[in-house]
Design a protein around this ligand. Structure first.
Ligand code: UTP
Length: 448
């Protein structure tokens, strides 16, 4: 993009101030600024500005929210679902989608969160645990399971480097597809793009919901079609306990011909920060925990259970065709009021004491309302969910390592092997991916 082109498009969209320091920029800074302007989607920016102009409040949704039906698979229905999921995996129709473009600000780790060391013995990274599970499944089902990893622009190189340094954790690099999500400029309340340096627009990732448009923009749907992938298992980078592409979950989704399926777990307390899947006005919807009222959080059934009991840790299965259909739609935008460094009239960068600007994000669960079929499956959080969100306290590396080890200890105990609490324990998922395989290892340990 040339200076004249940038000037024209910016002025047309009321953003001419982006070039106000042009004269004082170096050749390199000018080139970088033009490259940034080229990535801005001005149509989407108009949507952001309109939301700000309207006061930022989302339109009220129609219908009273009710709790959805949540399957608890056991016995014959479980066997049936596992068989159906295994059939999909063995036929090579399953792919895995990981969203790893977040900024991990609460953890405060300098690097992609996926490279964070979590293995209690080896110090292996979060990415290690995810990738080794895919490796185990592709060996078990003798089929390729392509792994699509979404990064932000900022953490793309460091993510690819981490996979390369670790030989892709044993996966065939041909089956690992990295792609970048979109970035959006921060805006002031009057809809103006924020410069955080004279030659630099403040930009941030467009949220996990940005995955859908990023899959399209990066040719991933074409890649999936070429590989015969029809079903996608989706998860977040911070939970090393997740059962990647769990056959029962894939099977339930397939048998019920759903377009969007969710694994849900009982909230640890009425106020836990998990999204709540609800049905209203004939559609499924997700209520963010910040939007749950006191009455909704604490409402009880006749038997004393929480009425809104099951929260979503963002473990999903999607139909590829559904995501492709969604990619042609504009997703809702959510705004966050933040402190954003900004340049003053003289070009000096100033750090504000109070929130001064807005970031916009898309959320993956906003696609729920459009799904023609939705399945919900309950799971036991002790076995599958312990995210690394904070540096300390709840949902931190310490709690995650403790939960991982407690799970492996329980599984080994079933095979009669008691591992003392004081002994650090780690199981490589490529060696033993589930309770049955860990138990087999336990029997081997006992035999020796
Ligand atoms: P979180 O909401 O936990 O955000 O993301 P985060 O960036 O990891 O951490 P904080 O809030 O800054 O502390 C949930 C999942 O969505 C991904 C994250 O990488 C994580 O797997 N994500 C989030 C993206 O891929 N892109 C985004 O723009 C935001």
């Amino acid at each position: 993009m040339t200076y004249d082109e940038a000037k024209s498009v910016l002025e047309k969209n009321g953003q001419g101030h982006v070039l106000q320091f042009w004269k004082q920029l170096s050749a390199k800074e000018r080139e970088a600024l033009l490259a940034q302007v080229e990535t801005i989607d001005f149509k989407e920016l108009k949507r952001c500005a309109a939301i700000l102009a309207g006061g930022g409040a989302a339109a009220a949704k129609k219908g009273k929210p009710t709790a959805p039906k949540v399957a608890q698979l056991r016995g014959a229905p479980l066997k049936k679902a596992v068989a159906a999921g295994e059939k999909e995996l063995a036929a090579g129709r399953v792919g895995v989608l990981l969203v790893a473009g977040g900024q991990g600000s609460r953890l405060g780790y300098d690097g992609p969160k996926g490279a964070y060391s979590i293995g209690p013995v080896t110090g292996a990274s979060l990415f290690h645990f995810h990738a080794r599970k895919i490796l185990a499944l592709s060996v078990r089902y003798k089929a390729a399971i392509p792994f699509y990893v979404m990064t932000s622009k900022a953490n793309y190189d460091a993510t690819v480097d981490h996979f390369e340094e670790n030989d892709y954790f044993g996966l065939d690099p041909k089956n690992v597809v990295f792609f970048r999500q979109g970035m959006w400029p921060g805006m002031t309340a009057d809809g103006k793009i924020i410069l955080d340096a004279p030659g630099h627009v403040f930009m941030s990732p467009d949220g996990h919901g940005g995955m859908i448009s990023a899959l399209k923009a990066n040719g991933c749907f074409k890649d999936m079609k070429a590989r015969g992938v029809k079903t996608l298992f989706y998860f977040q980078v911070d939970n090393p306990m997740v059962e990647v592409a769990d056959p029962a979950f894939i099977g339930l989704h397939t048998l019920e011909k759903s377009e969007y399926s969710l694994k849900l777990c009982a909230k640890r307390d009425p106020y836990e920060g998990l999204g709540m899947v609800v049905k209203r006005d004939g559609h499924f919807d997700m209520i963010e925990y910040t939007e749950m009222t006191e009455e909704m959080n604490t409402r009880r059934t006749k038997t004393g259970d929480l009425y809104f009991k099951f929260g979503s840790p963002a473990i999903h299965v999607f139909d590829r065709a559904f995501l492709e259909r969604e990619a042609s739609k504009a997703m809702p935008l959510h705004l966050a009021h933040k402190k954003i460094a900004t340049v003053d009239a003289s070009g000096k960068t100033v750090k504000p004491a109070e929130p001064n600007g807005y970031k916009f994000e898309k959320f993956i669960f906003d696609a729920l309302a459009d799904a023609k079929g939705v399945s919900c499956l309950a799971f036991d959080r002790a076995d599958e969910f312990s995210p690394v969100k904070n540096a300390e306290g709840k949902d931190s590396p310490a709690t995650c390592r403790a939960d991982l080890q407690a799970k492996w200890r329980r599984q080994l105990l079933k095979a009669g092997v008691q591992v003392p609490e004081a002994l650090p324990l780690e199981v490589d998922p490529a060696y033993a991916i589930d309770a049955a395989e860990v138990a087999k290892t336990g029997l081997l340990l006992r035999a020796n």
